[in-house]
Design a protein around this ligand. Structure first.
Ligand code: G6P
Length: 608
């Protein structure tokens, strides 16, 4: 959940660390700190709050120091204050450490250290690990880190420096992402490529249980048991420009507007409409098993879970394949039944969500064929699956997921059509869907033109604290996603549910002027949803509807209508989600919320 950067080279470390932390800020943002080795001593500056607070505390006239580490924190153990901020220092004051993850046995280790006369000064699990390394240190930092990690249970991505061994960073990973950036006369350590992309695009991905000892001229990778490991250098394809704001007020808005292009990139090279075939290179190895699958389980968290629900409808409807969707956090602890012929698909934007990763491991342990649908290339989930498909929608910085959701739904549609063709889906039906899918990016651009209209509606309702979102069929998960978006970024209480469920309780909430959002596009359940809209109107609710262009009935019935172009029902979520993203965005801006970094949330949830 936290962000990590380390630098060892010939340039001044401070500006590189601060700049890197700014790029990582979206990963964790309640406090931050840096440690730089200056004339054989550690100089540590830490601060509560955003990186800008830390930047203001750093002595910029002091230009010594070409080795350092930096951290931005999202609190897990101990309040987000300066004492608990990283880097932590050992009792000798010579070793500094930054950490992303959780040391589960920190209480036991803390007591052990106390018995050795070492008191921790913060509430963090991280300081315990730092003190343990300090306690075990006998002049060889790598060895001390190795010994300490052998005592540790939990997850970590760490970077450690010592004033006794300047010119050296020891990094290690278990369950939290960590990469080494390779430069010229300089090297980097980071939790995320964004932190170091300004300096290098050559990276090494550390795997769980590996340690890297990094100097200005090179690095050595070993396992926790000191066995050397050879790692490949890989090239990061994303440009820094792709990660920057590009003229938009917020990353979220930029990412919403990028969706037509993101979807084009996602579909590129994967659709052969003329032949009615789908090409998914990442699945070639498992095609046969996939085609023979008897059941699919999709597991995910948050927005990715909503995409999974749409996948469930698609797989059963278009591919005639039984499918269930499981919250990863429940699946992993539930002793799930995995029979022969079960394929488990894990969906994750970051590829690092700990619950999704654990669910995937559980499924594999039980013999399931595991597939990943992931955005971040080289992420842990992408590396732990038998096969997978990348979204190719580019980096997503806004904490609230938008374009990744669109990519996830599109990939599920591709897999559904692919499987459908090998089962009961006729070639003309497949071609029809594929052709429609190709047209979606252009249709999306038309939906995005609604942004001013949507803002006007948001202006009317943004002060209302309770909203309902209702949909049916393929648009039921869209209702869930619409409600989640507005909750996440505007802190409005919203509930999403199948429209028919409203009468089993939530209808009691409807009072005069309560905003109720309906996804009421043309489709198999259109008449039913019109009935539900009437039920709300009768009770005084204000209905905001997403409807199919040209639908006059909905216009007459509802208070506000956002029209989307027509498309086949299974693909509608790709269009109907967009007005709801924009509605949440405008409401959040009007409420003065921090859209890209909502309170209490983080982009990548690497703790349980
Ligand atoms: C966090 C984010 C959500 C995201 C979820 C799953 O809660 O705030 O936007 O949907 O994690 O993340 P993943 O990276 O696995 O898709």
């Amino acid at each position: 959940m936290c962000g990590i950067i380390g630098y060892v080279g010939t340039r001044q470390a401070q500006p590189i660390l601060i700049e890197g932390l700014k790029r990582l800020e979206y990963r964790g943002y309640d406090s931050a700190g840096i440690a730089v080795l200056k004339n054989g001593a550690l100089d540590i500056v830490r601060s509560q709050g955003r990186i800008s607070s830390l930047e203001a505390k750093v002595d910029w006239d002091d230009t010594r120091g070409t080795v350092g580490i930096g951290h931005t924190r999202w609190a897990t153990h101990g309040a987000p204050n300066e004492v608990n901020a990283h880097p932590h220092r050992d009792a000798s004051g010579k070793i500094a450490l930054i950490h992303n993850g959780i040391i589960e046995n920190h209480e036991t280790l803390r007591k052990y250290l106390e018995r050795q006369g070492i008191e921790c000064t913060s509430d963090t699990d991280t300081e315990v690990l730092t003190q343990l390394i300090g306690y075990l240190y006998k002049g060889d930092l790598e060895k001390a880190v190795r010994s300490a990690l052998n005592e540790v249970q939990g997850t970590y991505g760490i970077a450690v420096i010592s004033s006794d061994e300047p010119g050296l960073i020891v990094a290690a990973r278990q369950g939290s992402p960590l990469i080494i950036g390779i430069g010229k006369n300089e090297n980097f350590v980071a939790s995320d490529a964004a932190a170091i992309l300004a300096h290098t695009s050559q990276v090494i991905y550390l795997s769980d249980g590996e340690i890297a000892t990094v100097t200005q001229d090179g690095l050595r990778t070993t396992t926790l048991d000191a066995i050397p490991v050879t790692k490949d250098i890989e090239e990061i394809e994303w440009t820094l420009e792709e990660i920057e704001l590009g003229g938009y007020e917020h990353f979220m808005l930029k990412e919403i507007f990028e969706q037509p292009e993101a979807l084009r990139n996602c579909l590129r090279g994967r659709l052969n409409v003329r032949d009615g075939t789908i090409m998914l290179g990442g699945m070639t190895d498992i095609n046969r098993e996939l085609v023979r699958a008897k059941r699919i389980i999709i597991t995910a968290c948050g927005t990715a879970w909503h995409a999974a629900l749409i996948g469930e409808y698609f797989f059963e409807d278009v591919a005639s394949l039984p499918c269930e969707v499981e919250y990863a956090s429940e699946f992993r602890y539930r002793n799930p039944i995995i029979e022969n012929g079960t394929v488990v698909i894990a969906i994750s934007q970051s590829g690092e969500t700990i619950d999704t990763l654990a669910a995937l491991r559980e499924a594999r342990e039980k013999g399931a064929l595991a597939m990943g649908i992931v955005n971040v290339v080289g992420s842990t989930i992408s590396r732990e699956t038998d096969a997978g498909i990348y979204l190719h929608v580019g980096p997503e910085i806004g904490v609230a997921s938008t374009k990744a959701f669109i990519g996830q739904v599109a990939i599920l549609a591709l897999v559904g059509i692919f499987l459908g063709r090998r089962r009961h889906l006729s070639q003309p039906s497949a071609k029809h869907l594929m052709h429609a899918l190709e047209n979606i990016p252009a249709q999306m651009s038309r939906v995005l033109e609604l942004t001013d209209q949507i803002r006007t509606v948001a202006e009317k309702y943004y002060q209302r604290e309770n909203w309902l979102y209702l949909g049916r069929g393929y648009n039921y998960p869209v209702a869930l996603e619409g409600a989640l978006k507005i909750k996440e970024i505007s802190y409005i209480h919203a509930e999403g549910m199948p429209a028919a469920e409203m009468k089993h309780g939530p209808i009691a909430l409807i009072t005069d002027g309560m905003p109720v959002v309906f996804i009421a596009t043309q489709g198999s359940q259109y008449d039913k949803i019109i009935g539900n809209i009437n039920e709300v109107k009768t009770r005084g609710g204000d209905v905001i509807a997403v409807a199919t262009e040209g639908d006059e009935q909905v216009r007459k019935l509802c208070d506000h209508v956002f029209y989307v172009p027509d498309c086949p029902e299974p693909l509608q979520p790709l269009l109907t989600t967009i007005p709801l993203q924009l509605l949440a965005y405008h409401a959040a801006v009007l409420r003065g919320c921090n859209v890209d970094k909502p309170r209490n949330l983080a982009k990548s949830v690497t703790v349980e």
